[in-house]
Each structure stands twice: as C-alpha cells, then as structure tokens.
Write a protein that binds this ligand. Structure first.
Ligand SMILES: O=P(O)(O)O[C@H]1O[C@H](CO)[C@@H](O)[C@H]1O
Ligand SMILES: O=c1cc[nH]c(=O)[nH]1
Length: 240
C-alpha cells in the first residue's frame, strides 16, 4: 500500500476516474462498473476497481483542492502506475454561456494556487488536457447529445473567494468555470507523461445564483461519467 491508498500492487487499473467526493466514487463504482471491489478506505477516501464494457477501470476520491488531489495523483502515478486520469467533478459556471448541469471539458486550467507558483518559481505553466482524451470526450458528449463546452477552467485554492475581482479578471480572458483540482492533476500528469482530462458538470451558477442540491452533486451527474468512461476506452494508453 502507499501512504494514503490501501491497494496492493495490481489492484488499481491503468485507467482511473477521479471525483473529489469519495461518495461519488462509490456511486460511480456501483452504477457504472461491473464487479467493482473497494481497494481502499483510508481516511474515508474510497477507491474501487471494476470493469466497464469489459475493460478494467478504477475510481478514486481525491478530496477537495489541489493539495489533497496532489497526494492521490502522486501515489497513483508513482506507486500504482496509472496511465490515464480523468477527473469527474462539479464546477461553478462563471459565464452566462453555461447553464446548470452542462458538461465542461477542461482544455486548460488557470490557477491561483501556490503549488504551481512554487514549482515554477514565477514562470507561468500552461496546465493542459491530453488532446486524445479531450477529443474522445468531445466526440462522446456529441454522440450522447449532452450540452457541453470545451474551454478553460479556473482551479482555485478557495471555494469562498475574498477577492472576487480576481476571478472576474480571468473571466475577462475567457475562463468559463471554477473548480479546485485540475491544474495540479494536469501538471503532475504532464511531468510523468501520463494522460489527463477533467470532465465537470456545472453544479451551480456564479452569475445567476442557480444551484443543485448536495445529493444531486453526489448522484446525478451521469452524463459526465459516461462521457469520461467512453473517452478513456476510446483513447489508447500511452504505454500501449
Ligand atoms: O465535486 P468535486 O469533484 O469535489 O469538485 C468541486 O467541488 C468541490 C467544492 O465544493 C471542489 O473539490 C471542487 O473542485
Ligand atoms: O462554485 C463552485 C462549484 C463547484 N466547485 C467549485 O470549486 N466552485
């Protein structure tokens, strides 16, 4: 096992979904995977492996924010050899081009996080999705007729912003939605030459104030999960 994940070597599949919420991990395993087995309950951050259309797939909760997600992604890459990482999260819409329950495919992630500030010492790193996964997800979203947008998200260290004018500044430059993990996941995957993508569902609208409930956030984001799973299976693994 690694420090924060109780799996034995080989128990985690090369393809993995990464919801922030561990209860969403359980819901995904129970709803979308066949023969799913829980491999870790450390700190309640549940992880499962099963199959989707005959291919092994895992799903691991990452917690909220880049420091927490970073712990899981580091261990999944370094100690379990995962190759394809697809975050399935909720996000807040920052523009009236998006509606609640729309799917957002994150082509890139801006961030206010000190994780990349410290890592790059003042250089501004472009955290970007894997193109093959992104294209496959756009194809899957189109095939399912899901309202979706390909664009840039803002991976913020804050859910409650003390300086909303700074978020308004990134919106001026086209950022469509806010969430809290993607920049770190894309950066770690790029360094390790792995494939990463974020597929988010708009859970609330910062402009209109519309929201979904906590149980909807946990359980009703099925389009996002189907799109993520189909994109993974349609994309050859980097090591293949
Ligand atoms: O729904 P998840 O995947 O947790 O993602 C979003 O929700 C949390 C905040 O409520 C943050 O983790 C944010 O990124
Ligand atoms: O507004 C929101 C919604 C989901 N996740 C966030 O980080 N912000």
């Amino acid at each position: 096992m690694s420090t924060h994940i109780a799996a034995q070597p080989g128990q985690i599949a090369p393809r993995i979904l990464l919801p922030g919420d561990p209860l969403r991990a359980r819901w995904i395993a129970e709803t979308f995977l066949d023969d799913a087995e829980c491999y870790s309950e450390v700190r309640g951050m549940l992880g499962f492996t099963g199959t989707f259309r005959g291919e092994r797939v895992s799903v691991q909760g990452t917690g909220m924010g880049q420091p927490s997600a970073s712990i899981y992604v580091n261990e999944l890459i370094d100690e379990y050899g995962v190759q394809q990482l697809v975050r399935v999260g909720s996000c807040g819409a920052l523009t009236d081009r998006l509606q609640v329950r729309d799917v957002v495919l994150a082509m890139a992630a801006a961030t206010d996080s000190s994780m990349n500030t410290l890592r790059f010492q003042g250089y501004h790193y472009p955290a970007t999705a894997d193109f093959a996964l992104l294209r496959a997800a756009a194809d899957a979203a189109q095939a399912h007729g899901a309202r979706h947008h390909v664009g840039t998200v803002f991976s913020s260290d804050s859910f409650y912003h003390s300086r909303p004018e700074l978020t308004a500044k990134v919106v001026e430059y086209g950022v469509a939605a806010v969430e809290m993990e993607t920049a770190e996941i894309y950066t770690l995957a790029a360094k390790a030459r792995r494939q990463a993508l974020t597929v988010c569902t708009v859970s609330d609208h910062i402009v209109t104030g519309e929201e979904t409930s906590a149980s909807e956030r946990e359980q009703t984001f099925g389009d996002m999960v189907t799109i993520a799973l189909e994109a993974m299976l349609a994309t050859p693994l980097p090591s293949a």
